[in-house]
Each structure stands twice: as C-alpha cells, then as structure tokens.
Design a protein around this ligand. Structure first.
Ligand code: UGY
Ligand code: MN
Length: 239
C-alpha cells in the first residue's frame, strides 16, 4: 500500500469536488449484501442527486434505491429484471422499482439515484437496459475529435441524462461552460486537464468529479490515448 504523506489530487470546493481513488472510503448502504459503496456525492455534499460506485462480490446485491436508479457496469456482471449487464452495459430502474440488482460475478458499477421529478401530462419512464457500444455517437459542436453517446432516450419522461464523452488526444471543450445543470462525472479512460471554477486539475481514469450549478468547467485531453468519461446531468425540468 503506497503512502501518500498527506498529499492528494482530491479537492473540495463549494461548487465542485474532485475525488481521486486514494481518498475513496468504502461503507455499506442500507440493504446491501456482500457489497459496499463509495459515495462520491449526495445531498449531504450539496448535490441534488446521489452517485456512488458499488463494489459487489459474486452473489452480492444492492439495497433499495432512494428514487429512480441508473446503473453503468464498469467491470464484472450485474443482473436486473432478468437482464445480464456486463462492462459498458447500463440500466434505468424507475422509482419504486422493487426488483433486485444482484451480481452474477464480482462487479463494480456506477450508481446514480435521485427522486423522480414528474412532468404534467408525461408518463414516467419504464425499466430499460442497453450497452454504450450500441448507442450512436454524435459530434459535439461538429468536432470530429469529440464524440458524445447519449445512453438514455431523448424523451421528456426522463429528468436526467447520462452520456459518455470521448475526446481524441488533444481535443477539448470548445469553450468554458457555465450552466445551471449539475454534473457527476467518472473518468473511464485516459486523462487530461479539468478546469473547475478557477482551479485546473490533472485528472485520469478512476477519478470522480462533481460540478455544482454554474460551476465554470472545461476539459482538454492529454496523452496518447483517447480520454473518456461518463457524465450525469439534470435535464428538461424547471431549474
Ligand atoms: O453536457 C455537458 O454539459 C458537458 N459538455 N459538460 C462537460 O463535459 N463538462
Ligand atoms: Mn457541462
């Protein structure tokens, strides 16, 4: 076990959080069996959603969700509603979904949960699952070096979005973004520099970032392999 002598890239500011793996702390959530959670962000930390990494042994299971739940499998295999979800696979479970999420093999998954915000005249979404690889990419701002894959359907029934963004080495966001939506972000591969408010952070695969509303944000990919992240945002509701 390396010793970090009190040093870390992690940083906590009022409008953002960078959490790097050596600062992760594991603890169970209610109802988990043979599983543990690294809670990256939650209302306790100033967000309006909860995001954690669940680590499950074979035969382990998640507890009940606090609202609707989105799963993205990092490695191993989960089962939900009889569907097997492997690496790069995802599932959306509506609020009050009573089905069990269990691990067929030991697994790690990104879990995002939040209460559902209904929209008048629109029926809430139903269970769905899919794989990231099957989703058609679009180019952000027509930049051929920056691909976005939306995992959830473009449908007002959903009150959030989860996308992957893949930057070829040297690609970047065209401008600093400042917007009302929050983000929960997991670096899946590669790395680069993330600007958050007035700070600039080197980031790499395994890191987590929370950006609060209006947190100025920009990313540039550095290295010889593409940088890719999974990003949550609240969407299509009155702010
Ligand atoms: O969807 C987004 O707002 C995205 N472009 N933000 C980001 O990558 N920080
Ligand atoms: Mn953004």
């Amino acid at each position: 076990m390396p010793h970090y002598l009190g040093q870390t890239r992690s940083q906590r500011r009022a409008d953002h959080l960078l959490q790097t793996p050596e600062t992760f702390v594991r603890a169970p959530l209610p109802g988990m069996r043979k599983a543990t959670a690294i809670v990256h962000i939650a209302p306790a930390g100033g967000a309006r959603f909860t995001q954690y990494t669940a680590e499950l042994e074979a035969g382990g299971r998640l507890g009940p969700a606090m609202g609707q739940r989105f799963l993205y499998v990092l490695d191993g295999e989960l089962t939900a509603e009889g569907r097997r979800i492997g690496p790069g696979g995802f599932a959306y479970l509506p609020a009050a979904h009573s089905g069990v999420v269990s691990a067929t093999a030991s697994a790690r998954a990104v879990v995002i949960e939040k209460p559902y915000q209904p929209l008048e005249g629109v029926s809430p979404p139903l269970f769905l699952s899919g794989t990231e690889a099957a989703m058609t990419p679009t180019l952000l701002g027509n930049d051929p070096w920056l691909e976005v894959r939306g995992l959830l359907p473009d449908n007002p029934a959903f009150d959030f979005r989860v996308n992957t963004m893949t930057y070829q080495p040297g690609a970047s966001l065209a401008a600093v973004e400042i917007h009302v939506m929050e983000h929960g972000l997991v670096m899946l591969s590669g790395g680069g520099i993330y600007r958050l408010n007035t700070d600039w952070y080197p980031v790499q695969a395994g890191d987590f970032i929370w950006m609060g509303p209006y947190c100025p944000q920009w990313f540039g990919a550095i290295g010889k392999t593409p940088a890719k992240y999974l990003i949550y945002k609240d969407w299509d509701r009155e702010p």
